[in-house]
Design a protein around this ligand. Structure first.
Ligand SMILES: [Ca+2]
Ligand SMILES: [Ca+2]
Length: 380
């Protein structure tokens, strides 16, 4: 019985249409990146035992969800921009039925030094999908049918590379950059893409699983660090007023999710002279800039990461599953589907902004994806 395979596929083809303006410079590359969906199909192959719907009413369940149905709900265009799955315990503890993504792109940090953390309302794909099974089964991802799971859209990336090249060439006729190099950078998009699945396990508790498909073992995404969000070439700073206006201190902002901000250790400024320090003007590059890189301001108290970590500071780390993990054990994602009972699964696709491959060079790239599921044993 368990050998009979039900395959549930979902194809999400995305072509990016980037509308870059030279006023936007940063990674966490918000508002400038528009992506549109052109195809999105969900279907079931090979069995009548499992049906699917975007709604919960029983007569809406079928073997396929049409492209049009999904597009009508999502809208033909939406923005995909860097967000983060950091701080997931907050919404999971509240038993939320949709994941919450955060936006760390603000550079305006108050005198407390606690960076502004906005809940992202756009910039990601997140959708409830319902399954209806004729028998009680676990459903898992089918690793033999995931050839286009978060994979680059070659045609879109090539067109994009040509357009970027033309623009660079126009601004700098001497450029040595090639279309192939630009294309390679765009193809890094898939390394910062994530898919996630939110569902209830056999005990009725929410499980939230993030897939970082292409990561290898050394590839760890840390939810925090220094950033140059305002794109001025320096890591962002804030003004610490805890010792009063007369003794105000300019300190680097430690962005992200940490265990205890009082454990952050700062080094004294290299220079007290305010003179030429802020005149630095980085060579502006909308295509290859990134907010993970910056200089330490000479006049600022700088974050001493090593001493801070020794002091007990901890950054939260992404817990994710790679394809390799899943191939070795596809029960890492195991969704119980009870006989004749509607099962809810929230599928999300997003760009993890704390992934260091999520930089301007991937902006405007396109990808496609297909999710395949199969039965993974009956529920006893
Ligand atoms: Ca990565
Ligand atoms: Ca800055």
């Amino acid at each position: 019985m368990t050998k009979k395979r039900i395959i549930l596929t979902s194809a999400l083809g995305i072509v990016a249409i980037a509308t870059l303006t030279t006023s936007i410079t940063i990674a966490w590359y918000g508002a400038s990146n528009q992506l549109g969906i052109n195809t999105f199909d969900i279907g079931i192959v090979g069995s009548n035992n499992l049906k699917i719907s975007t709604k919960t009413d029983l007569d809406s369940f079928r073997e396929n969800i049409t492209n049009q149905e999904l597009l009508d709900e999502i809208g033909k265009r939406f923005l995909l921009e860097p967000v983060s799955a950091m701080c997931k315990n907050t919404w999971m503890d509240e038993q939320k039925d949709m994941p919450v993504f955060y936006d760390c792109s603000s550079s305006l940090t108050p005198s407390s030094g606690i960076p502004d953390l906005k809940v992202a309302t756009t910039g990601f794909f997140s959708k409830k999908i319902y399954l209806l099974s004729a028998a009680s089964f676990y459903v898992s991802l089918d690793m033999e049918n995931n050839a286009t799971f978060l994979e680059n859209n070659n045609d879109a990336n090539f067109s994009r590379a040509q357009a970027v090249y033309a623009d660079i060439k126009k601004q700098n006729p001497e450029t040595t950059t090639t279309i192939e190099e630009i294309k390679l950078s765009l193809d890094n998009l898939k390394y910062c893409l994530r898919a996630s699945f939110l569902f209830k396990d056999i005990d009725g508790n929410y499980q939230y699983k993030i897939i970082d498909p292409w990561k290898d073992e050394s590839d760890k995404t840390i939810y925090g660090g220094l950033l140059d969000n305002d794109g001025n070439g320096y890591f962002d700073t804030y003004t610490d007023l805890t010792e009063g206006m007369a003794n105000k201190k300019e300190k680097e902002v430690v962005y992200g999710e940490v265990n205890d901000r009082s454990l952050i250790v700062y080094d004294d400024p290299v220079s007290t002279s305010v003179s030429s320090n802020n005149d630095f003007s980085p060579s502006y590059n909308p295509y290859f800039g990134n907010s993970f890189e910056g200089l330490n301001k000479e006049t600022a108290y700088t974050f001493n990461e090593e001493a801070s970590l020794e002091n007990g500071l901890e950054f939260a780390k992404e817990e994710s599953i790679s394809f390799e993990n899943l191939r070795a054990n596809n029960s890492l994602i195991k969704i119980p589907c009870y006989k004749d009972t509607v099962t809810e699964v929230v599928i999300s696709v997003f760009l993890e902004g704390w992934d260091h491959q999520c930089i301007n060079a991937t902006m405007g790239a396109g990808f496609e994806t297909k999710f395949s599921f199969k039965l993974n044993g009956g529920i006893i």
